[in-house]
Structures are given as structure tokens and as C-alpha cells.
Design a protein around this ligand. Structure first.
Ligand SMILES: [Ca+2]
Ligand SMILES: [Ca+2]
Ligand SMILES: [Ca+2]
Length: 320
């Protein structure tokens, strides 16, 4: 009795503290998107490496990848889902770009050049896919100092997770078929916040808000805490309680909170503003994939040759 309890405790300790193991008994799911293949050690150029993502660079920083597969009969939108290595350590998680939809049977590949996620050769690693709420959808792993050059880990033809020592990487396609080349579906994945910094301050200045075309606070205040804009107000309103005691910085300038537009398309002065409703974005890349953006943008392009647009541009240029 005592021995079996000790054995159980030892097993628990080994499970929780031991190295990440390639679970050969781990089988591929059939009812959800899952991580189908990873490449930890892409060969470099001197050793006849392959430019797996076709970006002109060869090696771990460009071509280390994780491949997802949708085995179901339905399209699945994974925009806003997360890729990560170990939780609370390793590389920061990245947020999969909006509009990333995997049709039934599709494969999509996320390269390190986009994700910034480093698969650790020396200590081994765990690669995880999480949905938008942070719930883990798929997880795979490998041991430290185990990965060979250009030899991927993935689900083999029997559906078991293993080092695919008999095969070469197949980013973008089934692991037991010939590789189809670099022209495969590649996904974008972004850090959740850019340039995060710590600390707090209030900026004083003329604040151009994003509320409407003409919403400007002449004597405005912007409270920034740990890289996040927490509050925007007019000096005449009085500061919110959260700004009490926070250092205030007079800028003598105009402040565009959270958005910088260093260029202009004069003809857009003549077409309606892009109305994206009340939706917000987690980072500065997602708006490009927003469903209404291309429509709003293309109005200007399709009308570009019209006399009205030329007139608008001419007036804008002449008016300085
Ligand atoms: Ca490459
Ligand atoms: Ca991590
Ligand atoms: Ca594959």
C-alpha cells in the first residue's frame, strides 16, 4: 500500500517535472484544428537548406514553422486565436491575424519570421494553439537536443505524433505526401501589443480624438499607464480619479492618441469616411483584414480616373 502510494507520487513528480516528451501515443484529432507539423531546426544556406516560406532567407529565424490543419468538413475562422510555446515563459504568444479562415481540409503555416516564437532546441519546447478565449486547442512537444536538421516533428501516416525521421518537411500539405513548394497558405501572427513600456504619465496638449472627423479637444489630457491609453479628457472637465498624483507633461503640441497617419490621399477628401462601427483592434495590423476596409479603400481607386477625383486632388494641392 505504502509502496504504491510512493510510486504514484513519484510518477506525479516525474510527470510534472520531467522533460517534454514526444508523446508517440498522441494521435491526431479529427474534430478540430490541430498542430500537424513543426520544424525546429531548418538547415542553413551553407548546408543546402531550403527556403521553406519563399522569403529569400534560409535558416531558423525565417523558416522555423508550425503547421495547422483543419480535418473537419467546415471552414473555421482562427483570427484572434493564439500561438505560443510554453505558457508564462519562452517566447511571447502571438495573435493570429483577422480573416485567417481555414477551409475544410486546409493547411496553414506560421513561420517564425512572422510569429517571433522561438522553438527551443536545447531545452525542448511545447508548441500550443489556443482559441480567442485562451482555451488550449492543440499542444505538441519535443525533447531538448533531439531535433535534427530539416527533420520535422508531426503526425505520421498512422496518425501518431513523432519525429518524421523518414520524411522531409511538408509545410502547407499532408505530411505523407510530396512537398508542394513555397507557394502554400501562410498565416500572419502578431504580438498582442507593440512597444509595451511601463510607467504612467499624463500628456497635455491639443488632442485629436478618433470619435469623429471634427472631434478635437483644444486643451486635452491623455493618461497613459503601462503603454495603454486609459483616459482622455478636457482640462475643463477635471481629471478622473485614476489620474491623481500622476506626473503631467506639457507637450505644446497636437496629440493623436494611438494612431499616426504620416501621409495623405488627397482624393479621399471627396469620398465618405470609412465607418467601421464600434469595433476595436488588439494591435495595429488587424484593421487591414477588416471586412469593410477594402471596400472603403477601393471606392477611391475605382473613381480615381473620374474628373471629380482629379478636381478634388487639384483643389487639395492648390490649397496646400
Ligand atoms: Ca525562408
Ligand atoms: Ca510563451
Ligand atoms: Ca505538413
Amino acid at each position: 500500500m505504502r509502496a504504491s502510494v510512493m510510486t504514484a507520487i513519484l510518477l506525479m513528480l516525474m510527470t510534472s517535472l520531467g522533460p517534454v516528451m514526444v508523446a508517440s501515443a498522441q494521435t491526431a484529432p479529427t474534430d478540430t484544428i490541430y498542430i500537424n507539423e513543426i520544424l525546429v531546426s531548418p538547415n542553413n544556406e551553407q548546408y543546402d537548406g531550403t527556403d521553406w516560406n519563399g522569403d529569400g532567407s534560409i535558416g531558423i529565424y525565417s523558416d522555423q514553422f508550425v503547421e495547422l490543419h483543419n480535418p473537419t468538413s467546415d471552414a473555421i475562422d482562427i483570427g484572434g486565436w493564439w500561438l505560443d510555446d510554453i505558457a508564462d515563459g519562452g517566447s511571447p504568444a502571438c495573435s493570429i491575424g483577422w480573416g485567417t479562415v481555414l477551409e475544410a481540409g486546409d493547411y496553414v503555416v506560421f513561420y517564425r519570421s512572422w510569429t517571433g516564437i522561438e522553438f527551443d532546441y536545447w531545452d525542448g519546447d511545447t508548441i500550443r494553439l489556443l482559441d480567442g478565449s485562451g482555451a488550449e486547442i492543440s499542444s505538441v512537444g519535443y525533447d531538448g537536443e533531439d531535433s535534427d536538421w530539416d527533420v520535422p516533428y508531426g503526425y505520421d501516416s498512422s496518425g501518431n505524433w513523432a519525429k518524421l525521421s523518414e520524411g522531409s518537411p511538408t509545410p502547407g500539405g499532408a505530411n505523407d505526401l510530396e512537398w508542394g513548394g513555397a507557394n502554400h497558405l501562410q498565416g500572419n501572427c502578431y504580438p498582442p501589443q507593440d512597444h509595451v513600456h511601463s510607467g504612467e504619465y499624463v500628456l497635455e496638449g491639443r488632442v485629436v480624438t478618433m470619435v469623429s472627423e471634427s472631434d478635437v479637444i483644444e486643451d486635452g489630457r491623455v493618461l497613459v499607464r503601462d503603454g495603454i491609453i486609459e483616459a482622455v479628457w478636457s482640462a475643463s472637465e477635471g481629471a478622473p480619479a485614476t489620474a491623481a498624483g500622476v506626473m503631467s507633461i506639457p507637450t505644446s503640441g497636437t496629440i493623436y492618441p494611438g494612431f499616426i497617419d504620416p501621409h495623405n490621399h488627397a482624393k479621399y477628401n471627396l469620398i465618405p469616411l470609412w465607418d467601421h462601427g464600434t469595433d476595436g483592434w488588439d494591435n495595429r495590423y488587424q484593421w487591414q483584414a477588416y471586412s469593410g476596409y477594402s471596400d472603403a479603400k477601393d471606392i477611391g481607386c475605382s473613381l480615381y480616373d473620374s474628373s471629380a477625383m482629379r478636381f478634388a486632388e487639384l483643389r487639395a494641392v492648390a490649397g496646400g
